[in-house]
Design a protein around this ligand. Structure first.
Ligand code: ADP
Length: 742
């Protein structure tokens, strides 16, 4: 049998129940056969064999169950411990009463059988039999005497007369039949109580022989079942050579009683003979019944334990799966709608709900993660700095822009407490001081412009702050968004200055010429007519007026230049050639002392107005020359090169000197108008330079050289054959740090 089929066979109740019924039937038949000695001898052995075979099959079934249970117990299968305990309890509960019953049943049986064959009963049976036989003997003697008397009565009659008086004699004697016979056995005459019976019951030759030899014959004849006993008497009449046979019927009571006594005696003898084997048979039958009961109980224990434990084992299995995180476990529902069924259904409902909750939690987690990633992407790409601070003033979130604006390395701000910024750069401390009040007091819709002074100069930040709403019960966080508006403020200031310069130039320039003319006319008219002492005063006064008016005119021209709207005549300009031209001018003017150059753009072209670009270079060289006055040996170097950074192709031009360098105080706003350290300086030179560079789409910045001297660097986009390369460059990269004005 295949293992699966075998398991099914042992698990299913039907085959086992059929087997139990068959064995029970066989035992029942056996027990009824035991009651009957005749049937016992015929049926007992086959039934015994059938019962033993049936019990052997039961032993196999139970054995398989035990082996399976042991295997499951050893492998710690779920439910095996409980099944084992239940089976043991069932066995103990069924074995104890069965053993007690068996013991006492056997005792009763054996003593009962012995008591049947008690000596007194044995004697009584024999006496009863002797009594019945004595009674019969008496009855036979009486019948013999009656018959002999009849024969005496017949002494004087002839043979013919005898035949006639035979009927009277029969009635007189109370016989059933009278027969007269010759000594040879030839029937002479006969009469019967039943006239229809014509043929007499003749005695057989042995009886005739006995009677002829001189003795009378008395004998009992057993008829068929319903017929009573008959007494046959044959007597001899030697004088006439005749025999007389009389047949008497015994009374029904005697017949019955005799038969009963005889039957009972025979049965008693029979049982006495079988006494030992009967005891053994009963013992065997009882043992088989006990074994049957025991095996049936064990099998029932297995079956019911399995049925009872199966849902519990399922639940244990399911609970273990749930503990391991498998919430998709669904248990098979038991057929019975009892508490266990309810438990399994509840377990299934519970795991279903947990699985649903888990799916929802996973979905929410994914959503939160997606939201988080989305927010991070937005924050990363945002040009504004974003900080989120917890109620204690510790920065919990800071995007890259915040680090860039505050010139800090990535992640410096994360987990930084505003109370603990002493070890941070000065501008960050200023930033912390500026925002602390708003964060601590949780100001809603706070907005402020902050100015920071750091290594890179002045920085203007526009900050906005607000409370970040939190779920109820949690302390509010504070979100801060800030932008650097230094360039914007500077551009606004530049625009304002441009407007001022334009108006001033217009207003001042008009009266200058009449003032100059008036001064010259005064001088011309009165200089020669005055006393030498007075004319000298007039001469100096008018000279000063004219000189100052000239100077004012220069200033106003510079104003106009700065304020002038851009008038560009762009053309491809080879930057190295332009630098060479300007340097030649200096050389021809004999100002080449300390002037160096290094031109490395490989003939790169820029789209530029060469006149204005020339002015840029002249302004820068003028400042550098002024800066190296009195320095020995003086050095002014112009250097060009071509560069590619962040997909931008550009030309870099640097003018550096070994002069005093830029005053640190003005470095941050060097390119603003009217920033000057010179007594006669206008402060417009670098402002104009910056304006022109920006008009050409370039950037410019200034820095002090490490040891001594200043350096101004400008970058201009290269004119490419393929214009898309220029288009790819939205803005020329500036310096990493330093004063910038691009
Ligand atoms: P001005 O020359 O009329 O003062 P600029 O705008 O040309 O105006 O210059 C502004 C200021 O920048 C100057 O007053 C000077 O202090 C500083 N400066 C410019 N170039 C140099 C340089 N090469 N070395 C040192 N300081 C310089």
């Amino acid at each position: 049998m295949a293992p699966g089929a075998l398991r099914h066979f042992t698990a299913s109740a039907l085959p086992a129940v059929l087997l139990l019924v068959l064995v029970l039937l066989s035992l029942h038949l056996m027990s009824s056969a035991v009651q009957n000695a005749e049937r016992l001898s015929q049926l007992f052995i086959p039934l015994l064999i059938a019962s033993v075979l049936g019990l052997a099959a039961l032993v196999i079934v139970v054995g398989i169950n035990i082996v399976q249970l042991v295997i499951r117990y050893r492998s710690h299968a779920s439910g095996s411990h409980l099944t084992l305990r239940m089976v043991v309890v069932f066995i103990v509960l069924s074995l104890a009463p069965a053993a007690v019953v068996y013991y006492y049943s056997q005792q009763f049986l054996l003593h009962g059988i012995d008591s049947w064959f008690d000596v007194k009963i044995d004697q009584a049976m024999e006496d009863a039999l002797a009594l019945s036989q004595a009674s019969l003997d008496l009855h036979k003697r009486e019948r013999l005497k009656t018959t002999q008397r009849l024969l005496e009565d017949l002494q004087g009659s002839s043979v013919a007369g005898l035949s006639l008086s035979l009927e009277d004699l029969r009635e007189k004697a109370g016989a059933t039949e009278l027969v007269l016979l010759e000594s040879t056995g030839q029937v002479i005459a006969s009469v019967n109580v039943d006239p229809t019976i014509l043929v007499p019951d003749e005695p057989d030759s042995s009886i005739l022989q006995q009677v002829r030899s001189g003795g009378d014959f008395v004998g009992l004849t057993l008829g068929s079942e319903d017929e009573p006993l008959t007494v046959r008497v044959v007597v001899n009449e030697p004088v006439r050579g005749m025999l007389l046979q009389a047949i008497y019927t015994t009374s029904t009571d005697i017949t019955t009683l005799t038969g009963t006594v005889q039957g009972a005696y025979n049965r008693y003898k029979e049982l006495a003979f079988l006494r030992t084997s009967l005891k053994n048979t009963f013992t065997i039958a009882l043992a088989l019944v006990l074994l049957f009961g025991l095996l049936a109980a064990i099998w029932a224990a297995f079956y019911s334990a399995r049925r009872l434990v199966a849902p519990i084992a399922d639940i244990a299995e399911g609970t273990r799966a749930v503990a391991d995180g498998d919430y998709d476990m669904q248990l098979p529902l038991p057929k019975a709608k009892d508490e266990l069924g309810f438990l399994v259904a509840s377990f299934n409902a519970m795991t279903r709900r947990i699985a649903q909750a888990r799916d929802e939690a996973t979905r929410s987690k994914l959503e939160v993660e997606a939201q988080h990633a989305y927010l991070e992407a937005v924050l990363r790409r945002l040009s504004s700095g974003v900080l989120v601070l917890d109620p204690s003033g510790t920065i919990r979130t800071a995007n890259q822009a915040a680090h860039d604006i505050l010139r800090l390395d990535s992640d410096t701000l994360l987990d930084l407490s505003l109370d603990d910024v002493t070890s941070q750069p000065p501008h960050l401390r200023q930033f912390s001081d500026a925002i602390t009040t708003a964060v601590v007091s949780q100001q809603q819709d706070w907005r402020e412009e902050i100015v920071l002074y750091g290594a890179d100069g002045r920085q203007i930040l526009l900050c906005r702050g607000t409370i970040l709403e939190q779920p109820e019960g949690e302390l509010a966080e504070y979100v801060l968004v800030f932008d650097e508006i230094t360039a914007l403020v500077r551009a606004q200031r530049d625009a304002a200055w441009g407007e001022v310069a334009r108006r001033l130039a217009h207003e001042i320039k008009n009266p200058l010429t009449p003032i100059k003319l008036a001064a010259e006319r005064l001088r011309h008219k009165y200089l020669n007519k005055m006393e030498p002492k007075d004319s000298d005063v007039l001469d100096r006064a008018t000279h000063t007026i004219v000189q100052q008016v000239e100077s004012m005119k220069d200033m106003v021209d510079a104003f106009s230049e700065y304020a002038k709207p851009p008038q560009m005549n762009p053309e491809p300009v080879e930057i190295d050639a332009l630098v060479t031209d300007v340097l030649d001018l200096y050389r021809s003017a004999g100002m080449e002392a300390g002037l160096e150059y290094s031109l490395n753009t490989d003939g790169a072209l820029v789209e530029a107005d060469s006149r204005r670009l020339r002015q840029v270079l002249l302004n820068l060289l003028k400042n550098a020359m002024e800066a190296v006055e009195g320095v020995e040996p003086p050095l002014v170097r112009v250097a060009t090169c071509r560069k590619v950074e962040a997909d931008c192709h550009f030309v870099e031009l640097g003018v550096l000197d070994n002069g005093v360098g830029f005053d640190e105080e003005i470095l941050s706003h060097l390119f603003e108008p009217y920033v000057t350290t010179k007594t006669k300086g206008s402060g417009l030179g670098l402002a104009i330079v910056k304006k022109i560079v920006e008009e050409h789409g370039g950037r410019i910045w200034a820095e002090n050289r490490p040891k001594a001297g200043a350096c101004v660097i400008l970058r201009l986009p290269v004119l490419m054959a393929n214009m898309s390369d220029v288009a790819a460059c939205a803005q020329i990269p500036g310096p990493n740090s330093r004063s910038e004005a691009g």
